[in-house]
Write a protein that binds this ligand. Structure first.
Ligand code: ATP
Ligand code: MG
Length: 563
């Protein structure tokens, strides 16, 4: 990656804050960030941005970045998610070394801090139900009402809180709340809940606890315990910052600085974990790593490289205002990377047989083909040429439209790395009228690289020898949604019904015989493709990673796409 390597990182408002904190010695010049996923789903491209930001800042400032699982909600969390998150962060190229932490590691400590707040008269046990709490909270325009339990004595609160922990009360019957200000203009400050009673088996602490801390209570304290310097989170937590600060100030503990940035929104997809889970559970996609998903595992399976995602995150930068990033930028970042690295090969996705009638029956010529014109060190290979070959159905028209320069009766084209051929006959199925075979002649004087003839043609097409072709399945993916912003209530109405097309009868150049999952190639003229996990030596499966150009700007795609 030439663009994002060996260059000084772009400055942004977060780095400016950090620079200033280093200058004033606020945290003794230390920089310590964390990436705090909740293990309730697979990571998506938005998380990738946060990972690149947090780990990238740590790297650039010689600091540290922790991986911390925010596992305070046992009913939705699972070890499967923990494992996938670790795999994804590692794959993106980041290392948390031995700093793998869990909010649940601190449950005992958080409990003690809560007892401390109760003793200070700053927290109380409340018997209002969840609905009542909501009702009492008031609105943006009306102040809230104080809970009738707000003035319980410290002794009573200590006793009740301990009994909450011991499991003496049913789920949802009591909460521990901070005693702040029911008329605060900031709703988060209106006596927020710190603990709730919930009997659910936790994936790490089992049944040890039946009270669980709320996010706002747990998060700042985890940051404090880990001595994080800059707690970077998304904008929706801006209104929570006064609460983050309040808890830490009341307790008088080490106080990191929370900084908010705009989350990544990407066009033509959804990013909320709840919706991604719905796509998986309702079978709209084939799992979290379906190549159409914006999850990191989906992008990986699709053929994205970690470099391309890091480059994308860099190009997007960090903003203070919500915005929508065009998915074309992500695709462009990928092309930029694969163009330099992916070897070229020829593959025919929708084969049409061509017989070269003046070519000797059993002759085989080895044609020289360049592996990557962008990188001569990748060398060249031999491609067998024979009397019968396959070309793309779309590269032949019986009746050519205007400006169609490829094969049609009487016309000549060049076969990439081989000869110029001329269409002399069209064979059709007598029943259906479908074109089943093309007959051509070749001009022996036009062999690529050693052409003795001055002949010029307007198009070059790719091909695969019929005798040596390898069969493969190729899965073509398109955007999962057909509107730019499917975020509204009726988001599922915008699912693109044609987001997956499976081609079972594709023909590959023989050099692709021994491919392994995750190998990536550029199929000439078609795009970048990646071997799928389902692929075996007997049944090769490729995913189309991305087309060569942004085909959503398509105008008569098939005609214009080719020279
Ligand atoms: P979702 O809203 O998709 O359910 P979340 O924010 O609840 O995600 P977490 O696991 O809590 O998911 O997120 C871990 C970290 O990733 C948080 O710091 C969060 O701010 C950040 N993050 C989540 N989504 C995005 C996004 N779209 N862009 C940037 N950062 C994000
Ligand atoms: Mg969250």
């Amino acid at each position: 990656m030439s663009e994002n390597n060996n260059t000084t990182p772009k400055s942004n408002f977060i780095r400016e804050i950090i620079d200033e904190d280093i200058r004033t010695g606020k945290y003794g010049g230390r920089v310590h960030t964390r990436f705090p996923p909740e293990p309730n789903g697979y990571l998506h491209i938005g998380h990738a941005k946060s990972i690149c930001l947090n780990f990238g800042i740590a790297r650039d400032y010689n600091g540290l970045c922790n991986l911390r699982f925010d596992d305070t909600n046992p009913s939705k969390e699972d070890v499967e998610y923990v494992e996938s998150i670790k795999e994804d962060v590692r794959w993106l190229g980041f290392d948390w070394e031995d700093r793998e932490y869990y909010a649940s590691d601190y449950f005992e400590q958080l409990y003690d801090y809560a007892v401390q707040l109760i003793k200070m008269g700053k927290a109380y046990v409340c018997d209002l139900s969840a609905d009542e709490i909501r009702e009492y909270r008031g609105t943006l325009t009306e102040p809230g009402k104080e809970s009738p339990y707000r003035n319980r004595s410290i002794e009573e609160n200590l006793d009740l809180f301990e009994r909450m922990r011991k499991g003496e009360f049913p789920d949802g019957s009591k909460t521990l709340r901070a005693k702040i200000d029911m008329s605060s203009p900031n709703l988060n400050m209106r006596d927020p809940v710190m603990y709730r009673i919930l009997r659910a088996t936790h994936h790490r602490t089992g049944d040890k606890w039946c009270i669980y801390p709320m996010y706002d209570w747990a998060h700042g304290l985890c940051d404090s315990i880990e001595r994080i310097t800059h707690s970077i989170c998304t904008l929706e937590f801006e209104d929570h910052r006064p609460l983050y600060d309040w808890f830490l100030d009341q307790l008088g503990v080490y106080h990191p600085r929370q900084i908010e940035f705009a989350r990544l929104n990407l066009s033509y997809t959804v990013m909320s974990k709840r919706r991604l889970l719905q796509l998986v559970e309702e079978g709209i996609v084939n799992g979290w790593d379906d190549p159409r998903m914006p999850t990191i595992s989906g992008l990986r399976r699709r053929g994205y490289t970690p470099e391309s995602i890091r480059y994308f995150a860099d190009r997007v930068g960090v903003a203070k205002r919500e915005n929508m990033i065009d998915v074309a930028l992500l695709e462009d970042s990928l092309r930029d990377d694969l163009n330099k690295r992916a070897p070229r090969a020829m593959a025919v996705l929708r084969p049409l047989k061509v017989v070269i009638i003046n070519y000797p029956d059993d002759k085989v010529e080895e044609m020289d083909a360049i592996n990557n014109p962008e990188d001569p060190s990748m060398g060249s290979r031999k491609v067998p040429f024979t009397k019968e070959i396959y070309i793309e159905r779309d590269d032949f028209r019986e009746i050519p439209p205007k400006k169609y320069y490829r094969l049609y009766p009487g016309n000549e084209v060049r076969l990439r790395y081989a000869y110029i051929i001329k269409c002399v006959d069209v064979i059709k199925d007598p029943q259906t009228g479908e074109v089943v075979e093309i007959h051509c002649t070749y001009d022996p004087e036009t062999r690529s690289g050693e052409s003795k003839s001055q002949k010029k043609v307007k198009a070059t097409i790719h091909w695969v020898s019929a005798r040596y072709a390898i069969d493969a399945e190729v899965r073509l993916y398109d955007r999962l949604f057909n509107v730019e912003d499917p975020s509204g209530e009726n988001w599922k109405d915008h699912i693109n019904p044609n987001s997956l097309e499976v081609l079972k009868n594709c023909k590959l150049e023989p050099c692709l015989k021994n491919v392994k999952p995750q190998d990536r190639y550029q199929f000439e003229r078609l795009g970048y493709f990646c071997v799928d996990y389902d692929s075996t030596p007997e049944h090769i499966v490729f995913n189309r990673t991305v087309t060569l150009r942004d085909t959503w700007a398509k105008i008569e795609k098939s005609v214009q796409e080719n020279p």
